[in-house]
Design a protein around this ligand. Sequence first.
Ligand code: MG
Length: 384
Amino acid sequence: MKIECVKTHHLRCNLDEPFGFSQWFYNQRNVLVIEVITDEGVSGWGECYGPADVIQGAVEKFYGPRILGKPALSTDAIWHFMWRASLDFARSGVMMAAMSGIDMALWDLKGKALGLSVSELMGGRNRDFVPCYATGMYYTDLPEDKLLTSLVDEGAGYANEGFQAMKIKVGKNPEFDIKFAKALREACPNTQLMADSNHGFDLPEAIRVGRVLEALDYLWFEEPLAPDHLHLFDKLQQKLDIPLATGECFQTRFQFNSLIQSNSVHLLQPDLAYCGGPSEALKIRAMASANGINVIPHVWGTQLNLAAATHFLATAYHEPGRAEEKTLFMEYDRTENPLRDEMYQTEIKVTAGIAEVPTAPGLGVQICPNALKKFDINSTETKL
Ligand code: MG
């Protein structure tokens, strides 16, 4: 079974209400999805995290033509072929995001060809349901007092829906962040809370905010510092007891190895649509396991990436493991995204904050062709 065709679709939609975090505001959603089709008519889908139009060029012009004719089930062999073909200039960044989406599509394809779900391909499910944490509480264009009330109401809403865990944004400014973190803890005393600054703090600010989060029993402090300053993570970790999480900006086993070797991070968060795909995420997890660290994917995007993360966590085991297992909560983005919520005819079912692991072959989610047309602003096709 050989790869005969690689299609890409740049999908876009405008948002009803822009929302922001420590770095910028979103007023649009964009994503690149990839379909790989074989000479036997089996097809697989993947998605990429990052600038869709730029990644589209990498798939259409570079990787797509090179993988045509390759044996479609050889996920690892194709990954290493792509890696070698772009070795000097694509060790990370958008080229690796392109490889990630192709790799994800090949896992979906392999599952469909063999009649196995991706979790079965990954070694078998440890669980049929994956508890999720709600990611939300982004900023809107309100004065801070009204914003704080609206964010706390949003969080209380997730708790009422049944979510056992949720993650807030911090990094607006430390004064607001501290007020918000305290108010949410009061409103949701029995919910696991996490906080993510998207590398919005310098070291003194991260220490200050981190100490508050720690006192409020937050579960982890995500991207407290810029990914480029690993030596500062070490300094921060020496000041705080709260676990530090990071990894959505990191790619490949090689970058994650540096992160692990820094001995300053307790939770790794590779994005399966960016880190090198499911193939590379499994290698990162094996390395993390060898070092006693857990992995929970970063998930931002549509149902394909959510499905990949669901299978990944269905096959995960907590390090070091025990009879009463600690939960590895999956990230479940709750911000507005029609490309996630209005484009699929088969989705990941999430009920009261618990995701059901699909048992259908492949990733187990399916794009509706008409919805694809609605959001598609540019598509490409590379054929044998
Ligand atoms: Mg994050």
